[in-house]
Design a protein around this ligand. Structure first.
Ligand SMILES: Nc1ncnc2c1ncn2[C@@H]1O[C@H](COP(=O)(O)OP(=O)(O)O)[C@@H](O)[C@H]1O
Ligand SMILES: [Mg+2]
Length: 278
């Protein structure tokens, strides 16, 4: 009998994060795999198993476990996806919104650089999307409607890695979430939020099933190959020129999309993993 570790964050109490390992354990059991859900800890890093499903984002723990067993997703993929700017830089194979990186600042009390804001403003215009490089559930994504708001965000985020991005107005409050397993789009939903430009379900967005077309299939495969992902959720903005890749989640929650589409994402991922390790 094969053994697996499902590693979760040391501190999380979030329902979404606790549902994910439970569902994976269930589906792996149906395939004859005994999986142990463990919180990130020194003992978990030393546990013996045939493979590990890594549902944390702790890049150090990922590297440590990967020395001893196959990690789903791989440590490098998790690290790239956990940083929106690194994801943007890695994904030059697909269309994305125009994006400018913040610059590293380690001088205490450095003033915000007006010339930099001028440049961002003239390239991206208003409203402008500002995102922290690390963030999820729409919580670290902001909209600057004018120079005063841009300046206030830039000041607040001076010491936090972040990026500035063109606001895709025609996609405001709407996007398409695609769940990919082994580079294949296995489930897809459109998310809409009438009250906010962020369509995340956790920010009030509502999901409905959305058909997987040829372009979605192509993007799923390109993104997964480029970022070496076994599993991911891709957010696609609906621009006048077609889909734009907004972000890639290596640990995308599948509870919401399973409910909306009726597709058993956990089963599909478990099945893929077993084929990979055989
Ligand atoms: N450039 C953009 N133009 C329009 N809407 C955007 C843009 N970037 C993000 N959004 C909206 O904000 C949501 C959250 O942004 P995202 O980059 O996916 O961060 P998170 O990791 O918090 O989900 C997206 O699902 C989308 O609805
Ligand atoms: Mg997102």
């Amino acid at each position: 009998m094969k053994k697996a570790i499902i590693l979760i964050n040391a501190f999380t109490q979030s329902e979404g994060e606790l549902n994910q390992p439970k569902r994976m354990k269930e589906e792996l059991a149906k395939l004859g795999v005994e999986a142990h859900i463990m919180r990130n800890s020194p003992a978990a890093l030393e546990a013996e198993a045939d493979f590990c499903i890594f549902l944390d984002k702790d890049k150090y723990a990922a590297r440590a476990i990967e020395k001893r067993m196959r990690l789903f997703n791989r440590a490098e993929a998790i690290e790239t996806c956990d940083d929106k700017m690194l994801t943007f830089l890695a994904l030059d194979c697909v269309p994305q919104p125009e994006t400018i990186s913040s610059r590293l600042c380690y001088s205490a009390d450095a003033p915000v650089d007006g010339q930099f804001l001028d440049e961002a403003e003239s390239r991206l215009g208003y409203p402008m999307v500002v995102k922290e490089n690390h963030g999820s559930l729409g919580r670290q994504v902001y909209l600057a409607r004018d120079r005063a708001e841009l300046c206030s965000l830039a000041t607040r985020l001076q010491y936090v890695p972040h990026l500035y991005q063109k606001f895709i107005a025609e996609s405001s409050g709407r996007d398409v979430r695609v769940i990919c397993v082994g580079g294949e789009a296995v489930a897809c939903m459109k998310r809409e939020n009438e009250r906010d430009f962020r369509s995340n379900l956790s920010a009030g967005g509502r999901g409905e099933p959305f058909p997987v077309d040829g372009e979605i299939r192509r993007l799923a495969s390109l993104v997964s190959t480029c970022l070496k992902l076994d599993y991911c959720g891709i957010d696609l903005l609906l621009s006048h020129d077609g889909y734009l890749v907004c972000e890639v989640n290596s640990n995308a929650f599948f509870g919401g999309i399973e409910n909306v589409t009726g597709i058993n994402v956990a089963a599909s991922y478990a099945c893929y993993i077993l084929n990979e390790i055989r």
